[in-house]
Ligand binder design. Sequence first.
Ligand code: NAD
Length: 425
Amino acid sequence: MKICVIGTGYVGLITGCGFAKLGHDVACIDIDKSKVDMINKGIPPIYEAGLAALLSKVAGKNLNAATDLQSAVRNSEFVFITVGTPSGKDGSIDLSYVKAAFAEALNAIGSGNDGRQSKIFVVKSTVVPGTTDSLAKFGEEKTGKRAGVDYGLCMNPEFLREGKALDDFFEPDRVVIGTEENSTMERMLQLYSGFKCPIIKTNRKTAEMIKYASNSFLAVKVSFMNEVGNICKKSGMDIYTVLEGMKHDSRIGGIFMNAGAGFGGSCFPKDVSALANYAKSSGYEPMMLNAALETNKKQPLKMVEIAKKKYGSLSGKKAAVLGIAFKPDTDDIREAPALAVINALIEEGAKITVYDPKAMENAKKIFGESVSYADSAENALSGSEICFILTDWKEFKDPSLYGKVFVIDGRNVIRRKENYEGICW
Ligand code: NAD
C-alpha cells in the first residue's frame, strides 16, 4: 500500500521504516530539510536501537523522504500525521503543528471522485479526546472537504517506547483504531492485518482517551513507587526489598515499578499535564494526576538535597553527571530528570562534567558552556568528588568504575556500602 507519514521524528520515522520493512511504499515528509536529506542517505536523524540498520536497507528503495507534503499526499492511500504536540504554558497541548499539517494535506486532495473516500487520514500524534473530531470541523471550514465523504478519518494512537520502538512497532501489545466510518475501519484493519495482537476498534474520541489513560496510569505508577520509596528512606527501609515483596502479587506485578529519579521524556510529563488540563476544562479536578506531576517535579531534586546535606555548600564542588537521556537506549533528553539536576547544580555553583553514551549532542544544545563534556564515564568521574547517576545505561553498572567518588544513584544502577546513597533507598 502507499503510505505517507507527515512528521518524521521518533514516531514518524519508526512508523515509516516499520511499514517499509513490511513491503509498503512509504513517503516520509518533514519540514526540516536536513532530516529529509539524512533519511534519504539512510542515516537516522535520531538514535533508536536497530533503526540505522533498517533505514539503510529501505532508504531510496521503498522509503523516500521529501519536504513536498502535497505530492506525497496525492500519491498515498494512507496519510499518517505524526507531528509533535508539545505542551502549551498552561499544560494544554499545542495543536498548531497538527492543524498546519492536516490543512495542508487536505488541500492536496481533490473533492471530486479522486478524493472521495480514497485517502485515509490517520492521526497518530497524541491529542486530547475530541481533537480528531474537531480537526474534521476545522478542515471543513478551511477547505470545504468533509470527513467520511471526501476522505476517511481515523485516530490510531501510538504506544511505542523509545529504546524499544522497532520491537514495539512489529510486535505491539495492542493496536487501537478509532473511527466512526465503517469503510475506514475496514481499510485500517487491512493495513494492520499482519499484526498478531489484540485490535481495539472504537470511536475517535475513545481512541484518544486510551492513549492518555495508558500514559497517565504508568506515570501515576512511577510517582506512587517514588512516594513509597521516599517514605521507606525516611525510616531506613529499602524500597527495592519492598518491591520484591509486592511484585509476586499477580494484581500488582513488577513491571514499571522502579523507584528513582522520576519520569521524563516527550510523553509522560506532557500527556499527564494535558489530561489534567482536559479534566479541569471539563469541570473535574484531577487530584491523582496533579499529585503524580507534583511528586515527579520534586523527585530528581532530592539528589541535590542529598549532596547538600552531605557537603553543605556545593559551590566549586566537582560533580559528574552520568546519563542525560530520560532512559537508556535513546538520545532523547526532553523533560529528562537529569536536566532538573544539572540546572540545580549549576545554581549551586558546582563544577559539572556530564557524560551520556548517546545524548551528548542534545545536551550541548541546552547547556552550552555551562558544563563540561566528557567522552566516557571514566573521564567524567576522573577528578570528581560526587557522581549523580540519572540514566540506567548498561555501561554505568560496573561498580569498579566509581572508585572512591561519592555516588548519588537515581536509578538503582549500582549498590555498595560506602561512598554511596540511593535517591530513595
Ligand atoms: P518529534 O518532535 O520527534 O517529531 C515531529 C516531527 O514533525 C519533526 O521532525 C518536525 O520537523 C515535523 N513537523 C512539524 N510540523 C510539520 C509539518 N507541518 N509537516 C511536516 N513535518 C512537520 O515528535 P515525536 O516524538 O515523534 O512525537 C510525535 C507525536 O507522537 C507527539 O504527539 C507525541 O506525543 C506522540 N508520541 C510520541 C512518542 C515518543 O516516544 N516520542 C510515543 C508515542 C506518541
